[in-house]
Design a binder for this molecule. Structure first.
Ligand code: 3HC
Ligand code: NAI
Length: 647
């Protein structure tokens, strides 16, 4: 960590250089503290610019210090010291001013930023509230509603929007340092420190609906509501009392299991893209990609590639299927326009970058092919045979298979080192997970290219070994079987779903199956039975055989009335399943039991080397299967539960 002070006329420029993201370590806090004293004492300095080296302004407190007792100088004191400095400080922001970084900027009298910068208070995403005055100064700077949005969503805003909201004072065109020095040197009235301003006024009936909104969006997470309480307190108590209240909340939440889980996920997500085994391995170029099959997954994969501006060739089996596939892709982008998520021009540009083909000759110079045709080995094999002839010998060939063994799919295709499984999740342009499945013959370059693709697409990559269902679907199978087992032992379907929703899933296992369709897993089991494998009859099989495939047939585990997606407990289902149900002992806590089953499967997956780290399994569940992030994933949850159980 270095903090340098230079002079530009009568302006001092304080440059923080604490790679990678200028986080506020104890050393940096101390250096900032000392810099205020030094510059206050310097008669040749009129004002100070605080700027950062590297990719970003101060990105926040050093999260890696959160497990340890806080060391002085504490951040709220550092911010107060900057705010009380005799010479006015101007924060010059590029990259992101987040959390404690933005709180430091709020301690400065002025804030300027380049247009590409963002500012925000993402603490709630780490299970905490701002701890250095964010909830206290913000409602003294901007309207309370804006402060609530920023703090309880945790979402940063870009500089132009920040200027509009009053979070910053100017957007700098051109060189930030020069612009900030010029800004600091200009004669202008000095605003009162934010701590000395009154909170923005609110009506008496403001808080109830605000709390209802935050509670709904928080979906069971503690931090957003605690942040709201801190903002409310900041509008009612005096500044010092409000700071003390915020700090107490911050320290309490920092030590909570939710914050520990979210911190672990934060670091796992950042470690996932860089497996140690690939250090120094260069990925191959990804200038053009082909997708074979434009159904549910293929169209989503095309959209994900186009979002990353990669040109795509979409191949279908005939002209009619191609027209459908292209319409699927167009539909995704038109939907985004309708929901206000994309401009028409952006959608048109994305669509224009897709070329439809039915002839494999179009793939002669493609860098990567991703196959997403029917989950049927003979169909996939025929596709790979054609690819083996049509593509360059060094083109990477990938399959999106859910369950088939990638080695069987590519058997006999020349160049097994370029073959890999790339398992996307539906909808592929939305879901963040990418399971990367090398075969024993996959080369390090091919594997590295899979990770490079994930990075380009903004996905979280997790390497998985070959087994039935890889990591995620294998755990899903165990989870569903365990949930069915509870039904067999007399638990109600609705109680199980409710328990999982209360745990934090958007849906319980049975509602989720009704939404996705029970027939997919049924057909897969039937296929295995057809191949002579022993697959015990599931309760789901009983329902599908009775024509209950889920919402699409107006009934699965639940009944549905037309036009209404609300599940209703079904007497028909009770009657169909009655012969399979006995009464047995049920776990006291259904959710912990089912998550424990997931973790037990995860342990097997680790023991077999299918996953490299428990954190990877957690990322799979969080980003592919809706496991609540604040519980850290099944492996983290099971380990944390074990460690707090009485011996
Ligand atoms: N503390 C410690 N390490 C951090 C960190 C932080 N706040 N933020 C990022 N890092 C580390 C990452 O772990 C990663 O380390 P690695 O290279 O060893 O894996 C490295 O910095 C680079 O991070 P990214 O890969 O995320 O870099 P990007 O350039 O993609 O993104 C960023 C930069 C937008 C700043 C992003 O890192 C980010 O969002 N960071 C977290 C910001 C945050 O949550 N701040 C609030 C912290 S809580 C707080 O401030 C409390 C206060 O109110 C008292
Ligand atoms: P789908 O049935 O929606 O689409 C398959 C597409 O492949 C169809 O458009 C079909 O016309 C096309 N196709 C079939 N044979 C072809 C051929 N020889 N050449 C070119 N195109 C051909 O299926 P879906 O759901 O998109 O699944 C595709 C693959 O993705 C399967 O392997 C599946 O297991 C896997 N997968 C599916 C997920 C899902 O949630 N649907 C999730 C992850 C993987």
């Amino acid at each position: 960590m270095t903090l340098t002070v230079e002079r530009d006329g009568r302006i001092a420029v304080v440059t923080v250089d604490n790679p990678p993201v200028n986080a506020l370590s104890q050393a940096l806090r101390q250096a900032l503290w000392d810099a205020v004293a030094e510059l206050d004492a310097d008669a040749d300095v009129d004002a100070v610019v605080l700027i950062c080296a590297g990719r970003t302004f101060i990105a926040g407190a050093d999260v890696s210090e959160f497990g340890k007792p806080p060391q002085p100088p504490h951040l709220p004191d550092v911010v107060a010291r900057i705010e009380a400095a005799a010479k006015p400080w101007t924060a010059a922001i590029h990259g992101s001013a987040l959390g404690g970084g933005f709180e430091v900027a709020l301690g400065c009298r002025f804030r300027v930023a380049v247009a590409s910068a963002s500012v925000g208070l993402p603490e709630v995403t780490l299970g905490i509230v701002p701890g250095a005055g964010g909830t206290v100064r913000l409602p003294r700077l901007v309207p309370v509603a804006a402060a609530i949005d920023l703090v309880t969503s945790g979402k940063p805003v870009k500089a132009p929007k920040a200027l509009e909201l009053g979070l910053i004072d100017a957007v700098i065109d051109g060189d930030l340092r020069a612009g900030a020095v010029a800004f600091a040197a200009e004669a202008r009235a000095l605003p009162a420190p934010i701590s000395e301003r009154s909170p923005s006024p609110v009506d008496a009936d403001f808080w109830e609906p605000a709390e209802a909104r935050v509670r709904k969006a928080a979906r069971g997470a503690a931090a957003p509501l605690r942040a709201l309480a801190s903002i409310r307190n900041a509008t009612e108590a005096d500044f010092d009392a409000a700071m003390a209240f915020e700090r107490e909340t911050f320290l309490e939440l920092r030590a909570s299991p939710e914050a520990a889980a979210l911190r672990q996920v934060f670091f796992s997500e950042r470690a996932a893209p860089r497996p140690a085994a690939l250090k120094g391995v260069e990925p191959k170029p990804l200038r053009s990609v082909a997708v074979i099959g434009g159904g549910t997954m293929g169209a989503g994969i095309v959209a994900a590639l186009r979002d990353a501006k990669i040109p795509v060739v979409l191949v279908e089996r005939d002209a009619e299927a191609l027209a459908r596939g292209l319409a699927n892709v167009t539909g995704i982008f038109e939907g985004a326009v309708k929901r206000g998520r994309m401009s028409e021009a952006d959608a048109a540009a994305r669509i224009a970058g897709v070329t439809g083909e039915t002839d494999y000759a179009a793939l002669a110079d493609i860098d990567l092919v991703i196959e997403a045709v029917f989950e049927e080995i003979s169909v996939k094999r025929a596709v790979f045979e054609a690819l083996g002839t049509a593509c360059r010998p060094d083109a990477i060939l990938a399959t999106n298979t859910s369950y088939l063994d990638p080695r069987d799919i590519a058997e006999g295709v020349p160049g097994p080192e370029r073959f890999i499984g790339l398992h996307f999740f539906s909808p592929a342009n939305v879901m963040k997970l990418l399971e990367i499945v090398p075969t024993p013959e996959t080369s390090p370059e091919t594997l590295a290219t899979g990770f490079a693709l994930a990075a380009k697409l903004g996905k979280i990559p997790v390497q998985a070994g070959i087994c039935d269902g890889f990591i995620g679907n294998r755990i899903l199978k165990r989870y569903r079987a365990a949930a069915e087992d509870l039904v067999r032992r007399g638990a109600s379907i609705a109680d199980i779903d409710l328990a999982m929703r209360r745990f934090g899933f958007a849906m319980g296992p049975f509602e989720a199956q009704d939404l996705g369709g029970l027939d997919i897993a049924f057909l897969q089991r039937e296929g295995a039975r057809g191949r002579g494998e022993t697959v015990p009859e599931t309760l789901g099989d009983v329902l599908v055989r009775a024509g209950r495939k889920g919402q699409k047939t107006s009934g699965g585990w639940y009944d549905y009335t037309a036009g209404d997606r609300a599940p209703k407990p079904s007497e028909t289902v009770s009657a169909l399943l009655a012969p399979s149900i006995s009464t047995g002992e049920l776990p006291k806590d259904i959710a912990s039991h089912l998550v424990g089953e997931m973790a037990a499967e995860g342990e097997l997956i680790l023991a077999e080397g299918i996953a490299g780290r428990p954190e990877d399994i957690d990322l799979v569940e969080i980003h592919g299967y809706g496991f609540p992030r604040r519980k850290g994933g099944p492996m983290h949850f099971a380990a944390a539960t074990r460690s707090t159980e009485p011996a």
